[in-house]
Design a protein. Structure first.
Length: 180
């Protein structure tokens, strides 16, 4: 028996490609003449970030931070730990954070507070997806790909217990799609 849960396509390849191109165009326009540092939040943003940077043809640098919310399940525990921090100085730099999803907002809010204390010249957020129905803290997303429903999504970097990150489209997990 194959125990793989039922997956239903939410965002197709062509929709993702069109949206990543749109985000790259918006970012390119705003960062003309600058040399920003893009900080990808591991692990979920790695596929999105790779596709995005290939479409940015101005000087930039790439960094990664790995956060963990003390939980391997579908619920953010709200207790955030930095598993891998920054290797670059960000004081006085234009910093653009790249996220896969903003759900309750706890992870992003923790991260933005941490980065703001390091006094970058500017700090903006780009997220592939936004699940606003579960937001607990206000978050401004400067560059947003898709608003998604209150369902658990996987693929294109997003995981369930470390699986499904390699799927090329974004799917809804149909077995337990309503998160309480
Ligand atoms: P937040 O702190 O509740 O905003 O959630 C942050 C993290 O929870 C994200 O970076 C994801 O790793 C994970 N997450 C939240 N919703 C989903 C989802 O629908 N699919 C996969 N991961 C999710
Ligand atoms: Mg995750």
């Amino acid at each position: 028996m194959n125990s793989r849960p039922e997956l239903h396509t939410l965002l197709r390849r062509d929709e993702i490609e069109t949206t990543v191109k749109r985000l790259a165009a918006e970012i390119s326009e705003d960062y003309q003449g600058k040399s920003p540092l893009l900080i990808g939040i591991l692990k979920g943003s790695f596929v999105f970030m790779a596709d995005l940077v290939l479409l940015l043809d101005f000087p930039l640098e790439v960094e990664f931070i790995r956060l963990s919310s003390y939980s391997r399940s579908r619920q953010s525990s709200g207790r955030i730990k930095m598993v891998q921090g920054l290797c670059s100085e960000i004081r006085g730099r234009d910093v653009l954070v790249i996220e896969d999803i903003v759900d309750t907002g706890l992870t992003t809010s923790f991260l933005l507070d941490y980065l703001r204390r390091k006094e970058p010249a500017s700090l903006k957020l780009c997220s592939l997806t936004d699940k606003p129905s579960r937001r607990g803290v206000p978050i401004t997303i400067d560059y947003l790909g898709f608003t998604v429903p209150n369902k658990f999504i996987v693929g294109y970097g997003l995981d369930l217990d470390e699986k499904f990150r390699n799927l090329p489209e974004i799917y809804v997990l149909e077995d337990k799609c309503q998160i309480k």
